[in-house]
Design a protein around this ligand. Structure first.
Ligand SMILES: C[C@](O)(C(=O)O)[C@H](CC(=O)O)C(=O)O
Ligand SMILES: [Mg+2]
Length: 318
C-alpha cells in the first residue's frame, strides 16, 4: 500500500454500495486511529467505522456534540487514506443547520470518506443509548437529509440517515420516521437503540434500503452475532467503540500492573510485538519503495543535468 491506499474514494464508495446490495452482512469495527484501521483490514473485515463517541473520548471529551466538523473530518481523512476499505463516518447531527449539513457532506467527500450518517437528534446530541435524548420534528429531520443529498457531488457517496426516534417515541414512530427519511433521499437507515431482533425485522420490512445494526456494548441493544443480524435482513453491522474499550481496558490493567510490580515484564506476552507493528505499518515495503526511487534511472537525464554539482542524494539503509 505504501504511503496511502491506492484505491480512489469513488472506487471505495462504489465497492461499499455493491457490498451493501449483496446478501452477506457488511462488518465494520470502529477504528480508534489509522493504525487500528490497518488492523481491521488485515484481519479481513469489509469496512471501517469512524465513531464520534471514539473521537470525543480520544480527546478526553464526553460525546455531547463538542467536536467540530474540522476535527471529525480531519480524523476521518487520516483513517480513510491508510485503508483500501470503505469508511463510514459518524457526522452526528451534521454540525448545524441544513446549510451546515450540506457543507459537512462536501468536506467528508474531500476527506475521502465513503459514507456518512446524519442523525435526527436535537443539538447538542448525546450517545444514542443514553436516556434523556431528544429528537427534532420530522420536517427538520427531512431537511437535513435533503440538504445532504443535494450537496453531494459524487453520486457514489452513501448518505445514511440515523433515527433516534425508537428510544424517544417507540418502534412504530421509528419505522414511520425511517420511511420518510428514505423518501427524502437517504440511501440507508441507521435505526438507533433497537431492543431486539424483531425490531430489526420490523425496520427491515418498513424500508427498502440497507439498514445498519449498532452493536455497541453497554447500550440498549443486546449483542447479536453477525449471522443473527443477517438472518433478519440487516445489511451492515458496526462495533463502534469496541476496539477503544478493549485497548483502554488493557491499558488500565497494565498500568496497574506497572504501578504494583515496577516493571511491565509480565505484560509483554500480551503486547503486540514490534515485528507485528512493523508489519502493519509496512516497514519493509517502505524500504523497498525507497530503494526503487533511488535506483530509478531516467534515460538521458544525466545529459540534461543543469548543474555539474547536482549529485543524487544518497540514503543509507539499515
Ligand atoms: C454509534 C455512536 O454514535 C458512535 O459515536 O460511535 C454511539 C456509540 C456509543 O456511544 O456507544 C451511539 O450513539 O450509539
Ligand atoms: Mg455518535
Amino acid at each position: 500500500m505504501v504511503l496511502h491506499s491506492k484505491v480512489t474514494p469513488t472506487e471505495k464508495r462504489r465497492r461499499f454500495r455493491e457490498a451493501l446490495a449483496a446478501p452477506e452482512i457488511v462488518r465494520m469495527p470502529g477504528a480508534f486511529n489509522p493504525l487500528s484501521a490497518r488492523l481491521i483490514q488485515d484481519v479481513g473485515f469489509e469496512g471501517v467505522y469512524i465513531s464520534g463517541a471514539v473521537l470525543s473520548a480520544d480527546l478526553g471529551l464526553p460525546d455531547i456534540g463538542l467536536t467540530t466538523l474540522t476535527e471529525v473530518a480531519g480524523r476521518g481523512a487520516q483513517i480513510a487514506r491508510v485503508t483500501d476499505l470503505p469508511t463510514l463516518i459518524d457526522a452526528d447531527t451534521g454540525f448545524g443547520e441544513p446549510m451546515n449539513v450540506a457543507r459537512t457532506v462536501q468536506v467528508m467527500e474531500d476527506a475521502g470518506i465513503s459514507a456518512l450518517h446524519i442523525e435526527d437528534q436535537v443539538n447538542p446530541k448525546r450517545c444514542g443509548h443514553l436516556d434523556g435524548k431528544d429528537v427534532v420534528d420530522e420536517a427538520t429531520a427531512l431537511r437535513r437529509i435533503r440538504a445532504a443529498v443535494d450537496a453531494r457531488r459524487d453520486p457514489e457517496l452513501v448518505i445514511m440517515a440515523r433515527t433516534d426516534v425508537r428510544g424517544v417515541a417507540g418502534l412504530r414512530a421509528a419505522t414511520d420516521r425511517a420511511r420518510a427519511l428514505v423518501d427524502a433521499g437517504a440511501d440507508a437507515i441507521f435505526p438507533e437503540a433497537m431492543a431486539d431482533l424483531d425490531e430489526f425485522a420490523a425496520m427491515r420490512a418498513a424500508v427498502d434500503v440497507p439498514i445498519l445494526a449498532n452493536m455497541t456494548e453497554f447500550g440498549k441493544s443486546p449483542l447479536f452475532t453477525a449471522a443473527e443480524l443477517e438472518s433478519v435482513g440487516v445489511n451492515l453491522v458496526i462495533h463502534p467503540v469496541s476496539l477503544l474499550r478493549l485497548a483502554m481496558g488493557e491499558a488500565e490493567r497494565s498500568l496497574r500492573q506497572l504501578a504494583a510490580e515496577g516493571s511491565l515484564t509480565n505484560a509483554v506476552p500480551r503486547m503486540q510485538t514490534r515485528a507485528r507493528l512493523y508489519e502493519l505499518n509496512e516497514y519493509a515495503d517502505y524500504a523497498r519503495f525507497d530503494e526503487e526511487v533511488f535506483a530509478f534511472d531516467v534515460p538521458g537525464a544525466a545529459d540534461r543535468t543543469p548543474r555539474e554539482d547536482a549529485e543524487p542524494r544518497r540514503r543509507e539503509h539499515a
